[in-house]
Design a protein around this ligand. Structure first.
Ligand code: NAD
Length: 264
């Protein structure tokens, strides 16, 4: 543990269980001395999120469904009452109908396209809108993306378009809020076995592929993502905004992996 985040207050959105990327980030922030609040979606998750929050010394655990404007307002109203100010926010939320996270992108329905874009893309802008008002001394906003934004990945389909739009929104938000000292960044994480990821077709194969083909010859953990998030959320990242930081064991730089003993 360190003093890096001492005196900083942050909201963690998207914690479902101890496999969540949000958990890796929350632990890293708490270990560095941050004070945390959590939002969760749906009553069923409260029994998981409550105890995890307590492990990081937090008793601020509030409901928020990001598809509902009133629900986002209620979350930030409550946070305003408890804290007054906010230093950082982590948006680790995504959603698409899992029936469309397999097969062909071309078969995407209009309804799922709109729902996926609403929850996985617009919600970050909606959250930043509210967070901005509480970040009077500057701040840092972070969302999570994936390489499917840049290249075609099997089964990622409409989520690839969502992540591309999310990454573009990071750049526009960074420009809008930069003059107030608020930074906006994304981490493009390599594949990690979480609840959301288990909805993606052939996910085990995707994990193996990354393990064999990434420069570090492994997949990443939520602890890897947590440490990089700490850089972007703390003063260590003071000069970085509008950035999409790859935390993927280097997978995104590989065009083709060398064969150890080529025989052609
Ligand atoms: P997760 O299932 O642990 O977290 C997803 C969270 O989204 C859940 O807590 C869920 O409650 C929340 N959510 C969904 N709809 C919501 C709504 N309407 N309102 C509020 N919350 C809602 O899975 P995760 O993999 O930790 O996902 C976190 C983020 O990381 C997502 O944006 C995901 O796309 C991204 N990501 C994941 C991977 C991976 O391989 N796991 C890789 C790169 C990026």
């Amino acid at each position: 543990s360190s003093e890096l985040m001492k005196g900083k207050r942050g909201l963690i959105m998207g914690l479902a269980n101890d496999k969540s990327i949000a958990w890796g980030i929350a632990k890293a922030c708490a270990d560095a001395g941050a004070e945390l609040a959590y939002s969760y979606q749906g009553d069923a998750l409260l029994k998981r999120v409550g105890p995890l929050a307590a492990q990081t010394g937090s008793d601020i655990v509030l409901p928020c469904d990001v598809s509902d404007e009133a629900s986002i307002d209620a979350l930030f109203d409550e946070l305003e009452k408890r804290w007054g100010k906010l230093d950082f926010v982590v948006h680790a939320i995504g959603f698409s109908d899992k029936n469309e996270l397999r097969g062909r992108y071309v078969d995407t329905s209009r309804q799922n396209f709109l729902t996926s874009m609403d929850i996985s893309v617009y919600s970050f802008t909606a959250v930043v809108q509210r967070a901005e008002k509480m970040m009077n001394e500057g701040g840092s906003c972070l969302t999570l993306s994936y390489y499917g934004a840049e290249r075609v990945m099997p089964h990622y389909n409409v989520m690839g378009l969502c992540k591309a739009a999310l990454e573009a929104s990071v750049r526009y938000l960074a420009e809008d809020l930069g003059k107030d000292g608020i930074r906006v960044n994304a981490i493009s994480a390599g594949p990690i076995k979480t609840l959301a990821a288990s909805g993606i077709g052939d996910f085990r194969y995707i994990l193996k592929w990354n393990e064999y083909n990434s420069p570090l010859r492994r997949t990443v953990t939520i602890e890897d993502v947590g440490k990089s998030a700490l850089y972007l959320l703390s003063d260590l990242g003071s000069g970085t905004t509008g950035e999409v930081l790859h935390v993927d064991a280097g997978y995104h730089v590989v065009g083709m992996k060398a064969v150890d003993a080529p025989d052609i």
